[in-house]
Design a protein around this ligand. Structure first.
Ligand SMILES: [Zn+2]
Length: 381
C-alpha cells in the first residue's frame, strides 16, 4: 500500500521516498515506492507525468491501493529516490477537476441533478447530468460555482471509517469498494474522489460553461476551468477583436453586425434572382425562330434557369433545343424537344458530346466534357 501524498497535499511538486520493489515488466520497470506524490490516474483524470531520480515516469497504474511507476530503467529496492511532478500538466488538471466538483455540487444542490459521467480530455471537460437543465439553470449554476471560487474556500480531504462513512452524505458515481476518500468543499460539495485537488477554490480562477446539449434524458455540459478557461477567453477575444475590426462593430455588438450582414446578403440574393429571371425572359424572347435544332451557350446558369431557357427554346425550333452552361470540358446541359423522342436518342447524343445524363422523352439533363465546337457541330446536323 502506497502512502498517497496527493491525498492530503495536491500541491507537492517534489517528494522523497524509498523503493519497495522493482520488477521488469514488458521491457520496462514497474517501481513501487513507500510514498508518492504522483497520481496514477482515475476518476476521469489522467495519470501524472514526472520523474524519479531524474528518470522519466512513462506510465502509472494502481492495484490494491498500491501505486506503480513505470520507468525505462530499474531502481534499486531499498534505495532513496527523489521524485518530481510535472506541474505544468498537473496544475491545470487539478483546476479542472476541482472546478468540476464545484459545478457538479452546485447543480446537485440547486436542481438535484446527479453527475453520471465525467471526462477530462486535452481540451474541455464533459459532464453528464441526470437532470434536464435549462439555459437559465445552467447560467445560475455557473454564477454560483464562480462565487464559490471567489470565496477562496479551503478544500478538505478525509479517509473516514466505514461507520463514519455510513453517516455521511456525499456524491458518488458508483458503489465504492475499499477505502473511500472524501473531498469536501465546505458549503459547496462533498464527493468521493481519488484525485489530487487544489488547496483553495480561489486557485481555480474561473469556471465557464462552453456548451450544453440534451443527452440520454439529461444534460451534457462542456466546461473549462482555470488556465484552460483563460486560454479559451484569450482565443475568443482574439477572434472577436478580428471580427469587430472587419465589421466595424463594437466588440460586444459583433453578433448584431453579422445578423445585419446576413440580412443584407439575403436581400441581395433575392435581387440577383429577380434580375436573372428578367434577363432570362429577355433572352428567351430573343431566341430566333429556327427550322431545325437550336444550340445555346450561356455562362453561369444554374440547372433550373437552364431548364427554363430550354422550355422557351423548344417553342422556337422545330427540332431539338440544347442549352449549355459552363466552359469547354465542363458543361452542364439541358436538352428539350417537342418533336424528337429524346429518350430514344439520349445514348447517341451523350456519345457525340462526351456526355453523361438522361431524363424523359421530352427533356434530358446532364454534363458534357466536350468542347463547344464539337457540340455545335453535332447539333447543326
Ligand atoms: Zn473527483
Amino acid at each position: 500500500m502506497t502512502d498517497k501524498l496527493y491525498y492530503n497535499d495536491g500541491e507537492l511538486r517534489a517528494f522523497d521516498a524509498r523503493v519497495l520493489s522493482c520488477r521488469e515488466e514488458n521491457g520496462a520497470y514497474s517501481v513501487e515506492l513507500d510514498r508518492s506524490a504522483l497520481f496514477p490516474g482515475g476518476g476521469g483524470q489522467e495519470a501524472d507525468s514526472g520523474t524519479l531520480n531524474g528518470i522519466p515516469v512513462t506510465g502509472m497504474y494502481e492495484s490494491d491501493e498500491t501505486v506503480y511507476h513505470i520507468l525505462p530503467e530499474p531502481l534499486e529496492p531499498g534505495s532513496a529516490v527523489h521524485g518530481t511532478v510535472d506541474w505544468a500538466l498537473r496544475f491545470p488538471r487539478m483546476q479542472g477537476h476541482s472546478g468540476e466538483h464545484i459545478f457538479s455540487g452546485t447543480v446537485h444542490r440547486l436542481f438535484g441533478g446527479e453527475n453520471v459521467g465525467f471526462h477530462m480530455g486535452a481540451g474541455e471537460m464533459t459532464l453528464d447530468f441526470s437532470a434536464e437543465l435549462s439555459a437559465g439553470d445552467i447560467a445560475r449554476a455557473e454564477l454560483e460555482a464562480n462565487r464559490a471560487v471567489w470565496a477562496d474556500i479551503p478544500l478538505r480531504s478525509q479517509l473516514p471509517s466505514d461507520t463514519e462513512l455510513r453517516h455521511m452524505e456525499y456524491r458518488s458515481k458508483k458503489e465504492l469498494a475499499g477505502r473511500v476518500r472524501i473531498v469536501e468543499i465546505p458549503g459547496v460539495d462533498m464527493c468521493a474522489c481519488c484525485a489530487p485537488h487544489v488547496a483553495r477554490t480561489g486557485e481555480i480562477g474561473l469556471i465557464k460553461v462552453l456548451d450544453a446539449m440534451r443527452h440520454r434524458g439529461g444534460t451534457r455540459i462542456s466546461l473549462v476551468c482555470g488556465e484552460q478557461a483563460y486560454r479559451d477567453y484569450a482565443a475568443l477575444h482574439r477572434v472577436n477583436a478580428h471580427s469587430s475590426a472587419l465589421l466595424s462593430a463594437r466588440r460586444l455588438e459583433t453578433d448584431a453586425a453579422v445578423e445585419r450582414l446576413l440580412r443584407e446578403n439575403e436581400d441581395k440574393h433575392s435581387a440577383i434572382t429577380a434580375l436573372k429571371r428578367e434577363l432570362l425572359a429577355f433572352k428567351a424572347a430573343s431566341l430566333p425562330e429556327t427550322d431545325g435544332n437550336l444550340c445555346i451557350f450561356e455562362d453561369g446558369l444554374d440547372p433550373v434557369t437552364l431548364r427554363e431557357l430550354v422550355n422557351a427554346g423548344v417553342e422556337k425550333c422545330s427540332g431539338i433545343c440544347a442549352a449549355f452552361s459552363g466552359s469547354d470540358g465542363n458543361y452542364k446541359y439541358v436538352i428539350g424537344s417537342k418533336s424528337v423522342d429524346l429518350r430514344a436518342v439520349s445514348g447517341e447524343i451523350n456519345a457525340a458530346i462526351s456526355g453523361r445524363g438522361g431524363g424523359s422523352s421530352a427533356m434530358l439533363q446532364g454534363t458534357s466534357t466536350a468542347g463547344r465546337a464539337v457540340i455545335e457541330a453535332y447539333f447543326k446536323t
